[in-house]
Write a protein that binds this ligand. Structure first.
Ligand code: ADP
Ligand code: MG
Length: 260
């Protein structure tokens, strides 16, 4: 689905993404983790084709970044950027409907999809509210509904890609849980997902693969079980961490070690 080939992005001689090569399979969930400023959002923008690489290429479905038709791209992949929260006075439903712009489906179909998503994201009581007056978490859920409207399919999701930059940053724990359940449902239908997550426990619980970025470089990429351990995480974040197995999920959990 995604192939990065010696991908680099630099500004004024400074590399924000430095020589990254990797492949991401169809139908996988991949999380990018790493310290602040390590290049996660820049990498996401390169993969989304919102930034042009300084060197190297991004191939999506085998097509090189520079060869994509804009409209085809918009129908195939959908992107939630970090806090792109516009300040125009649109209603919630109007913003979700923007996700349907690249498609020629009927007004009825589009309305139907958008209403379904508004329900899924617990926004029914806000449907006609002015977006500007929403809380941070509500705005984030509206943006999530919009990007999901853009990849919505009545058939299969095998051919669709969802890219999310810190999708849970403003959500309470209840809405975080519903979002991950929702993403799991879409992934079970074939959707490929790549996202930036700050919560390592969530990255472990909900991903197949993890990308570790540090100082613009790829430090580690692989199956969660293979690359998540105290050594790799302590090296990534420069902090001592406590790793243990969660009895309910059977997966690794991490927490800080408190100063004595
Ligand atoms: P992350 O998402 O991992 O926190 P980013 O990809 O947003 O990091 O940014 C990586 C680094 O590049 C940061 O140190 C950021 O300050 C810097 N950076 C991002 N955009 C620019 C820019 N346009 N000009 C200069 N530096 C930038
Ligand atoms: Mg970022």
């Amino acid at each position: 689905m995604i192939k990065l080939d010696e991908l680099s992005y630099s500004i004024d001689g400074k590399y924000l993404v430095d020589d990254i090569s990797l492949n991401i399979n169809n139908g996988s969930v991949t999380s990018i983790i790493g310290p602040n400023g390590s290049g996660k959002s820049t990498l996401i923008k390169l993969i989304s084709n919102e930034l042009e690489p300084s060197k190297g290429y991004v191939f999506l479905k085998g097509i090189k970044n520079e060869s994509w038709d804009k409209r085809d791209l918009a129908r195939f992949r959908s992107v939630l950027t970090q806090a792109n929260y516009l300040s125009f006075p649109f209603s919630v439903i109007d913003i979700v409907k923007m996700g349907r712009f690249p498609f020629e489906s009927t007004k009825e179909d589009n309305d139907d999809i958008c209403i379904k998503l508004i329900k899924m994201l617990d926004l029914e009581s806000h449907i006609n509210q002015n977006y500007v007056t929403l809380s941070g978490g509500e705005k984030q859920r509206v943006q999530l509904a919009r990007v999901l409207a853009q990849i919505w399919s009545s058939e299969s999701y095998d051919d669709k890609l969802l890219i999310l930059d810190e999708p849970t940053s403003f959500l309470d724990i209840n809405h975080q849980c519903s979002l991950f359940n929702l993403l799991k449902d879409f992934n079970n239908k074939g959707l490929t997902i790549i996202m930036v997550l700050h919560d390592i426990n969530q990255a472990i619980q909900y991903s197949d693969k993890i990308i570790m970025l540090k100082e613009s470089k790829l430090i580690n990429y692989g199956d969660v079980k293979e690359i998540i351990n105290s050594e790799s995480l302590e090296k990534l974040f420069n902090i001592k961490l406590d790793l243990f197995t969660n009895k309910n999920t059977g997966k690794t959990n991490i927490s800080f070690i408190e100063n004595e």
